[in-house]
Design a protein around this ligand. Structure first.
Ligand code: NAI
Ligand code: F6P
Length: 384
């Protein structure tokens, strides 16, 4: 029996990647550091993935086990050593923490074992390359024991409170995997699609689905909307989302030669997905970790910088950056840190530190303007 080890038994782990690998015939080993979640997974023989939307469907995942890598790192390492595939959905900022377990798992593999397939499933460009860097740090000799392939993952899974470990997911998913590293020997995962060039897929997803979702979240949060659906029903917020996606569409169509009508349909589908009435989602979840989302190669500055370099419009994207700067959700550590930076740095310092834009970049002046506006709009407080 083939085995897949998946790091991150959260929404994507259980509701998307773990399910797809299970249905591809793999026994799945979930590895997580959330002891309560692992205990819950260990206490059941199966869990349900409930697709909601126009085509509701329920899947049962029943061939898995769960390992707490904080409690029992040796078992996690042994699982990697015996696995055919390793995947992860832990968050881009967490890759460096799972790398040592994968490294020691590689080291423990029999010398004649087939190379381990390693695929990160994160909302980030080149996430598997980033993971490979951490795994092979000081262990370059292990490189021949693994095949690292970048992927793009797309399924909206809010943290809906369902009982136990069942997951509610949208009735759409897309898992695109770069086939090139496999040299014709890609793993058999029927529901995934292997592509020769992942670039267009990951940028189309990140700069359409993630940019649109996050624009709705930040403008919606600032407008006081309680859900993403309510935000998109707010005409002013919707206009901002459509304008931002108009700018990323112009970039993607020019950069990759996408058919404009086809891409417009992809954008329209994304907006429908955001509005899914069966999938209550919130600005706070979609806007989580604003410092990550405002960073240089992420869903706002990434496309806006390239659009500015091409002389394309960026006003809506920079207005979305302004809305993101007002995201002060107290339960989000990065939102709290961002508010601290807004009060302690001047516009030029904050722009450089948060967005990674150089002072001479064609986008920088416009971003500094929205930073100054955000700083002026902040409520005066004692410590300021
Ligand atoms: N939720 C969604 O709709 C989508 C999420 N993604 C991406 O998937 C990734 C995960 O997102 P979610 O599943 O929503 O998050 P989540 O918070 O539901 O799951 C992340 C899991 O990783 C675990 N984790 C944290 N540190 C760990 C470590 N050192 N070792 C093992 N596990 C660890 C957490 O305990 C948690 O269970 C993120 O990169 C996200 O951007 C991508 C597409 C859609
Ligand atoms: O998971 P991130 O990168 O924090 O982004 C938030 C959301 O963006 C999406 O991937 C798509 O909009 C969501 O499904 C995801 O939860």
């Amino acid at each position: 029996m083939s085995t897949a080890v998946h790091f991150g038994a959260g929404n994507i782990g259980r509701g998307f990647i773990g399910l797809v690998l299970h249905e591809a015939g793999y026994d799945v080993v979930f590895v997580d550091v959330n002891a309560e979640l692992i205990r819950e997974l260990q206490s059941v023989d199966s869990y349900e993935v409930r697709e909601v939307g126009a085509h509701p469907r329920t899947h049962v995942v029943d061939r898995f086990r769960a390992v707490d890598s904080r409690e029992d790192e040796a078992e996690a390492i042994a699982a990697v050593a015996a696995a055919d595939i390793v995947t992860c959905a832990v968050g881009p900022n967490v890759l460096k923490f799972i790398a040592p377990v994968i490294r020691e798992g590689l080291r423990a593999r029999p010398d004649d074992a087939a190379p381990l397939v390693v695929m990160a499933c994160e909302n980030a460009i080149g996430a598997t390359d980033t993971l490979a860097g951490f795994v092979l740090e000081g262990a370059g000799e292990l490189a021949s024991r693994a095949v690292f392939a970048n992927t793009a993952v797309d399924r909206i899974i809010p943290a809906v409170d369902v009982q136990g470990v069942d997951v509610v997911v949208e009735d759409f998913f897309e898992w695109s995997i770069d086939r090139r590293p496999f040299h014709g020997h890609e793993p058999v995962i029927p529901a995934a699609h292997f592509v020769d060039d992942l670039g267009p897929y990951i940028e189309r997803k990140l700069f359409t689905v993630n940019t649109g979702h996050a624009t709705a979240a930040y403008h919606g949060y600032r407008a006081g909307e309680p859900s993403i659906a309510a935000a998109l029903a707010n005409p002013a917020v919707r206009a901002e989302v459509e304008a931002a996606l108009g700018e990323t569409s112009a970039l993607l169509v020019e950069k990759y030669g996408f058919d404009a009508a086809e891409h417009a349909a992809y954008v329209a589908r994304a907006l429908e997905r955001f509005e899914n009435p069966d999938l209550p989602d919130t600005p706070v979840r979609i806007g989580r970790q604003p410092l990550r989302k405002l960073s240089r190669h992420e869903r706002f500055i990434g496309p806006a910088a390239e659009a500015a370099e091409r002389g394309l419009a960026t006003d809506a994207l920079t207005r979305a950056v302004g809305a993101a700067l007002a995201f002060d959700a107290p339960e989000d550590p990065e939102a709290v840190e961002l508010q601290g930076l807004l009060s302690s740095l001047d516009a030029a310092e904050l722009t450089t530190k948060v967005t990674g834009l150089t002072p001479e970049h064609p986008l920088t002046e416009r971003v500094e303007e929205v930073v100054r506006a955000a700083q002026a709009a902040r409520p005066a407080s004692d410590e300021d």
